[in-house]
Design a binder for this molecule. Sequence first.
Ligand code: FAD
Ligand code: DHB
Length: 389
Amino acid sequence: MRTQVAIVGAGPAGLLLSHLLHRQGIDSVVVERRSREYVEQRVRAGVLEQSTVDLLREIGLADRLDREGLPHHGIALLFDGVAHRIPMSDLTGGRAITVYGQQHVVRDLTEARLATGGQVYFEADDVTVLDVTSSTPRVRFTVEGRSTELECDIVAGCDGFHGVTRGLLPASARFLEREYPFGWLGILAAAPPVDDELIYAYHERGFALASLRSPTISRLYLQVDPTEDLAEWPDQRIWDELGTRIGHDGRSVNEGPILEKSIVPMRSFVCEPMRHGRLFLAGDAAHIVPPTGAKGLNLAVHDVHVLAAALSHWYATGSETGLDEYSTTCLNRVWRVQHFSWWMTSMLHRFPQHDAFQQQLQRAQLEYVVSSPAAATSLAENYVGLPWS
Ligand code: FAD
Ligand code: DHB
């Protein structure tokens, strides 16, 4: 089997890349370890930056997003029992975020890709990438017991943080990492949201976040110990803790059946460079941000936008300039976003090692952000996403 671009991973990065390439007349095959159902049901991100939404609209993939997505023009920072609204759109010339579940993005992309004749192999076992420093790399995998070899010009490693492609980078590559002493317990619940805008809460018992998916579905998160066992968190304990951390001004957290719950660790991670020979990493395969800035999916979208343009230029002209610049262009944005995500995380979480002095610094920072238009604008600009250059 032969294709121009072999894409490992059918998450948002891999599927969107396949789409963007198809629009440029470039053939690709996507190879995914999990089943289609699993990938389409995995509950994760919810916040799409303005540029992400603009791109999905531009390529005709925003019908459902425009019908069901919820544009948001502000968020609240809640501390010491008072919620302070940051009017993001007013501070950024009208830019906004849209709340739309990642699993819906993946479903829309998969449907559209299959409808346009795209080849996506789900449940591929033993995915192995070979010869990325030659001009004819290959991807080997097994589907339904049949072993297949895919010959290609380029391999896109879109296989997330736990994928295989990053392992092909040479010893000279750098991996920069920071772990945080906490994780997030996230739930999806059939309960009306606390508010129609997101609430980021700094509380002495730990951070909490109230988000939503619709007027009847809430998405809520709690800072917990990273080694916490989900079994220790029966539903009522979760609701009580959310109520304590997020309830304010007579506003309570609405309870309802919990549809999904999980705990994720928090880390910052960057690999440099994001390329080795004919292998290009994109999305979580190359970098992870703590979710407090709501950025991982948006960064993945930016990476594949840059990669698709570089590949299109290469196929059209033979010039490698775009491919050579890929890693640097992406890493510039990655580090801006890393800083923002680290900053939001540091400002809003309780760190076990922090003393009263450190906590007062956090409060001072929060007070500054909600009272200084310049500081609030900086948060808003980064949160809705700096325009792509
Ligand atoms: P993934 O979504 O991880 O996709 C990688 C795919 O590769 C997967 O389908 C995987 O099964 C497949 N794969 C792995 N290994 C192999 C292999 N060996 N062979 C073949 N396939 C393989 N981001 C935001 O922008 N906004 C948010 O609001 C936000 N909130 C978040 C909340 C939480 C709780 C979490 C956990 C994350 C959040 N994120 C958010 C981050 C976002 O979910 C990720 O950054 C995003 O999924 C990255 O997309 P990706 O395609 O790079 O990787
Ligand atoms: C959601 C996730 C985030 O990481 C975040 O910062 C805001 C909202 C969400 O899932 O809705």
